[in-house]
Design a protein. Sequence first.
Length: 450
Amino acid sequence: MFYKTLLFFFFQFFIFGTFEAQKLVNQIVAQVGDNIILWSDIETQRLQLPDKEKALEGKDCQILEQLLLEELLVNQALIDSLVISDEQVDAEMENRLRIMENKMGGRENLESFYGKSTVAIKEEFRTIIRNKMLAQEMERKITGDITVTPKEVAAFYQKLPKDSIPFINMKLSFQQIVQFPELTATDKKLAYDQLVDIRKQIVSGGKSFETMARLKSMDPGSASQGGKIAASKGMMVPQFEAALYDLKPGEVSDIVETMYGYHIIKLVSRKGDDYTVLHILIMPEYSSASISLASARMDSCYQLLSRNAITWDEAVLRFSNDEATKQNKGVLTNPYTMDIYWDMEQLNEIDQQIYLLTDALESGGVSLPSLYMDLFERKQGIRIVRLQNRVAAHQANLEEDYALIKLAAENDKKQIMLDDWTHTKIPNAYIRLDSQFQACNFRVNWLKTP
C-alpha cells in the first residue's frame, strides 16, 4: 500500500497543531528512556490529518508508534553525537513560519493566533524542531543507502491489493518567468533619508522610539509591539547583531543596512547571548518607473512567446531575474515533495493565484503577465506562468506514476530496515506504555514480551 510510514514523511506542520492540543487535559501515555509522550502529542499529530483519516480505527496507535520511534531515534542520535546546527533549526523554522503566515494571511494573524510574538513562538518550538530534525537525520543514517531496481518496483506494484492502489488526484506542474523591479539608487536614498528623519525625531526631538516604530516601521512582526525583539545571538542577520552588540542600554544605533532594508536599533538590555531591542525597519520601495520598466519587459517577453519568436527556455534565460528558477527553465519545485508536480491542496498553501492563472490553459500555454508577491523572497514581482503539464486524476499505474510507485517501494524497503533496527534497540531501552495502548496492533513489539 502507498503509506508514508517513515518518520521523514511523518510531520509537516506539527508545531501549529500544538496550540490547540495544549488546551486538552493532558496525561502521560508512554515513556522512552527519560522522555515522556503526552496525550496532547498524539492529538497534535491527529490535527494534521485529513478529516477522513482522523477517525480511522487504530489511528492513535499508529501515531503513538511513530512518536515512540522518534524518541528512540533521538536517543540514538545523541549517542552517535549527531549535530543539528542552530542555523539549520532556524532555517527550518523560518520555512514553516513563512508558509503558515501565508496560510493565515500574514505574520500579525499568526502572532494573534498564538498570542505572542514571532520570536517567542520560535523559542517555544526550537527544541521540538531540533529533536524532529535529529530523528530525521538518524533515520537517514540508518536507511540512506536503500535503493530499488526497476524489477523491484514492478514486483512491489504487482503485489499491491487492487483496492490499495490509490486514486491519484489531478497533478499540475508549472514554470515561470519573473521580473522583480530593480531598486534604483534613488529608491534606496528615499528610504535611507526617511529613516534619518525618524532617527532625528527620536534622538533630538524626544519622540518615543516605541511610538515611531508603531507608526513607521515596515517590520510586520515587531511594529505592533513598538519594535520590540527579544532574541539570542545568531537569530538575527549578522549586520543587525553586530550593530546592537556595540550599543549600551538606551543607546540608538546609526542606520544599519541589511538584506531587508535600513534599520535603527535601540538596545533595551543584554545578558550574555540574550538581548532585547527596539527596532525600526524602512524598506526601499520600487519607484513607479522601475515597475513600469519591469512591466514593459514582461510585455515584450509575452509578445515574443505568443508569436513563437522565442522558445520558453530562451525566454527564461533572457528575461527572468528570479535566481530560484532562472537556471532551472523556470520550473517551480513543490517544497512539500521536492518534485515538480503539485496537487490543489499544496497549491492553495503556497500560491493560490497560480491555479487561477492557468486553469483555462492547455499544457504548454502561458498566462498574461501579472503582479504577484513572492512568498519566500517577500517582494513583489511580475511574472508569466506556463502550465508545463496537467495530469488528469487516475488510478496509479507504472507508466504514468513510476516515480511515485518507486518512492513507495523504497519506503517499504526502508520501513523493513527501520523495523529491524528498532527490534535490536528495544531490549536495551526503558519503554513504558499506558494500559489503554497496550492492546495496540503495533508494527514492532514495544512491550518486549515474547
